[in-house]
Design a protein around this ligand. Structure first.
Ligand SMILES: Cc1ncc(COP(=O)(O)O)c(C=O)c1O
Length: 351
């Protein structure tokens, strides 16, 4: 059984995907071709955001957001110690310091109550992550940010498609960033990502930054990156977008089925009130897993983190385990996985 079954998805969507790819091969505009703009407009309309800026990966989306906000050496950005490495990595790449605040163990997302104590005169932004597909508590985070005059970057790499009080993840703060890595809920056939904002100035900055800081062709007004979304990836995404609502539904049904089978056997995911999850991952808790970000060698060597303790993130990192999750999981597959989990728990208890 595949952890994320991209082959079945391709078989189902083949005519649409093939025809979208073929039109790019026919027109030949591989860099910033018409599909990129079409995709950006569709995505912005979908989540009600004024601007969508397609880019080369979720990692670049975070980098562009931080660069557009002018984050640089000596600045501090508050984020979660329990996320994919890129979140803290992009902060550090710009010479800024990731400052961690512990998570809420119920949702694995940054705990708003832990944020205020980490704010210093050097804090320049708050960067929550919507882990496994469930939005962080963005209203509480935005309220803290507003009190301190700080922008908020939502790392929505895993949560595109999720709702928070009826609003779309990616459009819940100053800038939202998402990823189209192949295994993400909306994935392309390579790397891809996007930034969202309702702020015209930040949008203009990110459009320039993703294309070598060019305001117009060969007129460079800032130092940027080569961070454009490929036309071919935009074409794949346009085809997949038509199936996305059905796929979200199928993920949510798969999650419900897992939870019904595993309730009382292991700790199953909890979705907070007024939120939906995009179910990028279905994650249970067992004993003994990996290490959280502040314990990674590169961050542990920074004195600020050596002594820091984030008990909820540490406990979660030791325990979380993701099960196969994709829209084409058959009920029988889910039952097989649940049986395997049950029998592993049974053996662990007997040891
Ligand atoms: C929370 C989070 N942030 C950032 C990224 C980076 O996205 P990408 O792999 O597209 O660069 C990912 C996914 O891989 C992620 O899960």
């Amino acid at each position: 059984m595949e952890f994320v079954d991209l082959k079945t998805q391709y078989r189902r969507l083949k005519p649409a995907i093939d025809s979208r790819i073929q039109s790019v091969l026919d027109h030949g505009q591989y860099i910033l071709g018409p599909e990129v703009r079409e995709f950006e407009l569709r995505l912005a309309a979908r989540i009600g955001s004024k601007h969508c800026i397609g880019c080369a990966s979720g990692t670049d989306a975070l980098l562009l957001a931080l660069m557009a906000l002018g984050i640089g050496p000596g600045d501090e950005v508050i984020t979660s110690p329990f996320t994919f490495f890129a979140t803290a990595e992009m902060i550090a790449l710009l010479g800024a310091v990731p400052v961690f605040a512990d998570i809420d163990p119920a949702t694995y997302n940054i705990d708003p109550k832990k944020i205020e104590a980490t704010i210093t005169p050097r804090t320049r932004a708050i960067m929550p992550i919507c882990l496994y597909g469930q939005p962080a508590d963005m209203n509480a985070i935005n309220a803290i940010a507003a009190r301190h005059g700080l922008p908020v970057i939502e790392d929505a790499a895993q949560s595109f498609g999720a709702l928070y009080f009826g609003r779309h993840s990616g459009n819940l703060s100053t800038i939202g960033c998402t990823s189209f890595f192949p295994s993400k809920p909306l994935g392309c056939y390579g790397d891809g990502g996007a930034c969202f904002t309702n702020d015209d100035t930040l949008a203009a900055a990110m459009i320039e930054l993703r294309n070598h800081g060019q305001e117009n062709r060969y007129h460079h007004t800032r130092i940027g990156i080569n961070g454009r979304l490929d036309t071919l990836q935009a074409a794949v995404l346009l085809a997949k977008l038509d199936a996305f609502n059905n796929e979200l539904l199928a993920r949510s049904e798969a999650a419900d089925r897992y939870s019904a089978l595993l309730k009382g056997v292991v700790h199953t995911p909890q979705i907070a009130p007024n939120r939906t999850s995009a179910w990028a991952q279905y994650t249970i808790e067992v004993e003994d897993r990996t290490v959280s970000l502040h314990q990674q060698p590169v961050f542990a060597s920074q004195s600020a983190f050596a002594s820091a303790s984030f008990p909820h993130a540490e406990r979660a990192a030791e325990r979380v385990l993701s099960l196969p999750m994709h829209p084409y999981l058959a009920p029988a597959d889910i039952e097989r996985v649940a049986e395997a989990v049950k029998s592993a728990m049974h053996h662990a208890a007997a040891r």
